[in-house]
Write a protein that binds this ligand. Structure first.
Ligand SMILES: NC(=O)c1ccc[n+]([C@@H]2O[C@H](COP(=O)([O-])OP(=O)(O)OC[C@H]3O[C@@H](n4cnc5c(N)ncnc54)[C@H](O)[C@@H]3O)[C@@H](O)[C@H]2O)c1
Length: 518
């Protein structure tokens, strides 16, 4: 039996019938009234009814639902459920765990459109991008399902026939805390390696985007996961802090801003819990004069305008070699102006709404500040009101390209997390590398050049966790992703992430007699 489609959401009559090829929802049509917490196999309400918060639909600005944050009692119940599931799940073989995960991936595939639409309604990104996020979540679960049965230790021979071996063991109950820019994908990127290693998880989405993590919880349950294997508790920093301090939590994996990451690390340190931190960035993109200009322009757009510019790895400092600067700027501005902004559920839309009113105001204030500091607005940077009346209250802006930028400007130094590209010019490879690395962050970096030797030489000197040569912002789940410096600790995706969700036990085996000194 398929999962009940949209059982969790009520649609207004305006949403129309569910027919093949039609949308499940339309902007302005969704009201969510069901509980968004999930533990021990069911959606749950929280006792903290007095602290209910509004959740908004970015495309329209209307209230989508109310968030019931979890307090100490709820967090404890969720952790208890995860602890109980861990007992069972950790004893299953990798092949058995893989079977459940593959089934979850199949369910995600069958519900792709529905999940993507719910992500759009809650986050404001375009449906085209939301579908890719759902695919990335599914692929991640498939990838780690494949790795689950490969977890193994080592055998080490010792003198006299004695030996030692290592066992790769799970950690226990892992906590995932997510940001609002990729709600479903982040929940999958954290849970897939955690579950493959035999852990259970309690996940807290951002209070701004609570809708889709609970869909993932239902999917794992439907796929045959033991009750309590993947739980969702909603709430803000209080709930997150309860999770980090909980004595039965073995690890915290966090995606969000640098200041919150610092707090998470501090809280986890009290229990000497390992952390994975996927934090912010202010990444450089270096475009040399021998680049294929068409690809460099496309790369710069991909590096700045996906998800309304709300992408941690965005290459927002675009350094262009002086000789090609005019041609590059002309083309980038032309294409930025052509980006279709509007209803994120329309196929033609390439830029939807920013995630919230306060966030939109913050991004626009960065543009104002840039102007004050002497940057030139080459295009965009203004609030945008779509013609469709139902979208008038949405959080839209025109994507912005800033010219005449210098290294000291706020727009070049701080993470804006919106559709704002800062263009800078450079002359020499040595000079631009120094400027590119002159930041406390180091999540990603990119280089466009046709010179293969230069490409690798530049990448060797870039201080960033993910470097792109002649492309930008692609994240195949098979390769590790994560930051240098203040952009984070640990990695997500790729084989290496197994190490962040498991621990090694060494077993010494004596085949002779004890050689005692006493
Ligand atoms: N490196 C990556 O993979 C990656 C991916 C996406 C987003 N990000 C970063 O995330 C940031 C934007 O996301 P955001 O605004 O949701 O970040 P945020 O730090 O405000 O919040 C992230 C999460 O932490 C929770 N939180 C806040 N304070 C907490 C506390 N004291 N204790 C426990 N939990 C707490 C929030 O409720 C939310 O779930 C940007 O800086 C972006 O670069 C990084």
């Amino acid at each position: 039996m398929l999962l009940p489609r949209l059982a969790a959401f009520s649609r207004r009559p305006a949403a129309g019938p569910l027919v093949a090829g039609a949308r499940f929802v339309s902007s302005g049509s969704v009201d969510v009234r069901v509980p968004l917490n999930f533990w021990a196999g069911k959606r749950r309400t929280s006792k903290e009814q007095n602290n209910r918060e509004n959740v908004y639909e970015p495309a329209t600005g209307r209230v989508l639902c109310h968030l019931e944050p979890c307090g100490p009692a709820e967090v404890d119940q969720a952790v208890k459920a995860a602890k109980s599931a861990f007992g069972h799940w950790s004893k299953m073989s990798g092949m058995e765990r893989a079977r459940v995960m593959i089934e979850a991936a199949h369910i995600i595939e069958s519900r792709r459109e529905e999940i993507a639409e719910m992500e759009v309604v809650n986050n404001g990104k375009s449906i085209t991008e939301a579908r890719l996020d759902v695919d990335s979540a599914r692929l991640c679960i498939e990838y780690y399902a494949g790795l689950a049965s490969t977890l193994a230790g080592q055998h080490v021979q010792l003198p006299g026939g004695s030996f030692a071996y290592t066992r790769r063991e799970p950690l226990g109950v892992c906590v995932g805390i997510g940001a609002w820019n990729y709600p479903f994908q982040i929940a999958a990127w954290k849970s897939a390696p955690a579950l493959a290693c035999g852990n259970s998880m309690v996940f807290k989405p951002s209070p701004v985007t609570p809708l889709t993590a609970v869909m993932l919880a239902e999917i794992y349950a439907k796929a045959g996961a033991p009750e309590g294997l993947f739980n969702v508790v909603q709430g803000s920093q209080e709930t997150g802090s309860l999770l980090c301090h909980h004595p039965d939590v073995a690890k915290v994996s966090f995606t969000g801003s640098v200041p919150t990451g610092q707090k998470i690390m501090e809280m986890a340190s009290k229990g000497v819990k390992p952390v994975t931190l996927e934090l912010g960035g202010k990444s450089p993109l270096l475009i040399f004069q021998d680049s294929d200009l068409e690809n460099a322009v496309k790369g710069a757009l991909m590096a700045n305008f996906l998800s309304q510019g709300q992408v941690c790895s965005n290459g927002t400092r675009v350094f262009v070699q002086r000789d090609i600067l005019p041609g590059f700027v002309e083309e980038v501005v032309k294409r930025t102006r052509a980006i279709e902004i509007g209803d994120p559920l329309l196929e033609s839309t390439r830029m939807g709404a920013l995630v919230s009113r306060p966030h939109l105001d913050k991004v626009l204030s960065f543009v104002e500040q840039a102007k004050k500091e002497g940057a030139t607005v080459l295009c965009g940077g203004e609030p945008f009101v779509p013609s469709d009346p139902k979208l008038k209250g949405g959080y839209y802006m025109t994507p912005c390209v800033l010219g005449n930028c210098t290294d000291e400007m706020t727009c070049v130094k701080e993470e804006i997390f919106g559709p704002v590209m800062s263009v800078l010019s450079f002359e020499t490879e040595e000079g631009v590398l120094k400027r590119a690395n002159d930041t406390t962050m180091g999540l990603a970096a990119g280089v466009f050049t046709r010179d293969v030797r230069r490409a690798h030489r530049v990448v060797e000197h870039l201080k960033a966790g993910s470097c792109f040569i002649n492309n930008y912002n692609i994240t195949p789940v098979e390769v590790p992703f994560g930051g240098f410096k203040m952009s984070g600790i640990g990695r997500e995706n790729g084989q290496v992430t197994i190490e962040y969700y498991s621990q090694l036990k060494t077993v010494f085996v004596e085949m002779g007699d004890v050689d005692s000194l006493f």
